[in-house]
Design a protein around this ligand. Structure first.
Ligand code: KG4
Ligand code: ZN
Length: 331
């Protein structure tokens, strides 16, 4: 089964070909980050227009890389939501047009299902069941994953997502967009002990998160500084990252304990964070669990995870063949 996957939910156009026998055959990505940087965030209308420009050339490049033609495709999968409505409609339109022209099934994929299955795209592959920590710009959730399509929400953020807190705090510190990678890079040079930031809901006893208070604490710290010199910015970055990592780590360990599971999967853009990975690797040794990450290139939005999730749905789970763009959609 050869599945073409299309991702266009936010500011990345991703296209990929996944074969259930041979694995990932090709994947192409165009990031719009440079285009949105001057506005300090994603401009939805510009995003939609750029997806339109990119999606077919990327599809052609994937076919060429795999040495295949559209006639070889068995199904087309696309991100139906959640995300920006106009951006989602681009992927939905192209996927459905291709499916109609080729007379092949079209599968609407939940963006978060794509993220949480993405660690299965590399070796070693985690076995089911596992706990998935989804940490992206739009979501922070802990899920118990017992199989394809069997997802139980254990906890989630009650306000900002982890990536959103990284991005907003970075903006307060005058760093570029997206702020997560920039903040993380500066944090490496900072002293995490100079400022103490709160660990929201660390002791709440449940598996929920809250990050808006952390962002507000950064705002207050910035206001208190007579001068925001390079060293101070790096120290605030380090304090922020340490607080964020401690909360994410503690809740992951609690989710493993609560469910008795021994495998943890990290997915979503914040999963690229080096300090988070180091902290999880250390905890995995101490608490005797295994931790899996998608390859760095597949941590942020991409078409490979959508092609893969589509292929898994086709093979193992129920799926609908409907034309969808769902800006808000619970997994
Ligand atoms: O999964 P993703 O590409 O898009 C969404 O579905 O949201 O995640 C993007 C988020 C952004 O908030 C970005 O700042 C964050 O992931 N991010 C990072 C790092 N790389 C990306 N946050 C912290 N450290 C990083 N290295
Ligand atoms: Zn995403």
């Amino acid at each position: 089964m050869l599945v073409l996957g299309i991702e266009s939910s936010c500011d990345e156009t991703g296209v990929a070909l996944f074969d259930t026998e041979r694995g990932l055959l090709a994947h192409r990505l165009h990031s719009q980050i440079a285009m949105h940087t001057e506005y300090g965030g994603v401009v939805p209308e510009l995003a939609s227009r750029d997806h339109i420009r990119r999606v077919l050339p990327l599809t052609e490049a994937c076919m060429a890389e795999a040495g295949l033609t559209l006639a070889n495709i068995d199904a087309v999968a696309y991100t139906a939501g959640p995300g920006l409505a106009g951006a989602l409609l681009v992927g939905a339109s192209v996927a459905n047009a291709l499916g109609f022209a080729l007379q092949k099934p079209v599968i609407d994929v939940h963006h978060l299902e794509g993220h949480l299955l993405s660690p299965l795209l590399s070796e070693p592959r985690p076995q089911f069941p596992f706990i998935a920590l989804l940490v992206s710009g739009g979501h922070t959730q802990l899920m118990a994953v017992r199989g394809i399509g069997q997802y139980e929400l254990l906890g989630e953020t009650v306000d900002d997502a982890a990536g959103e807190a990284f991005d907003k705090s970075a903006k307060l510190l005058g760093l570029g967009y997206p702020g997560g990678p920039a903040l993380s890079k500066l944090a490496d040079q900072g002293d995490a002990t100079r400022f103490k930031l709160p660990r929201p809901m660390l002791h709440s006893g449940d598996l929920d998160f809250s990050f808006s208070g952390l962002k507000t604490a950064v705002l207050n710290l910035v206001k208190q500084q007579a001068e925001l010199d390079e060293k101070t910015v790096a120290d605030i970055c380090a304090a922020f990252q340490e607080a964020m990592v401690e909360v994410l780590l503690k809740k992951c360990v609690a989710a493993l304990k609560q469910t008795g599971m021994q495998r943890l999967v990290i997915a979503g853009g914040v999963g690229a964070n080096k300090q988070l990975r180091n902290a999880l690797d250390d905890a995995a040794k101490r608490h005797r669990f295994e931790v899996f990450y998608p390859p760095l290139a597949l941590c942020t939005d991409n078409g490979a995870m959508i092609a893969f999730a589509g292929a898994m749905r086709l093979k193992f789970a129920a799926h609908s063949y409907s034309y969808n763009a769902r800006p808000r959609w619970d997994l």
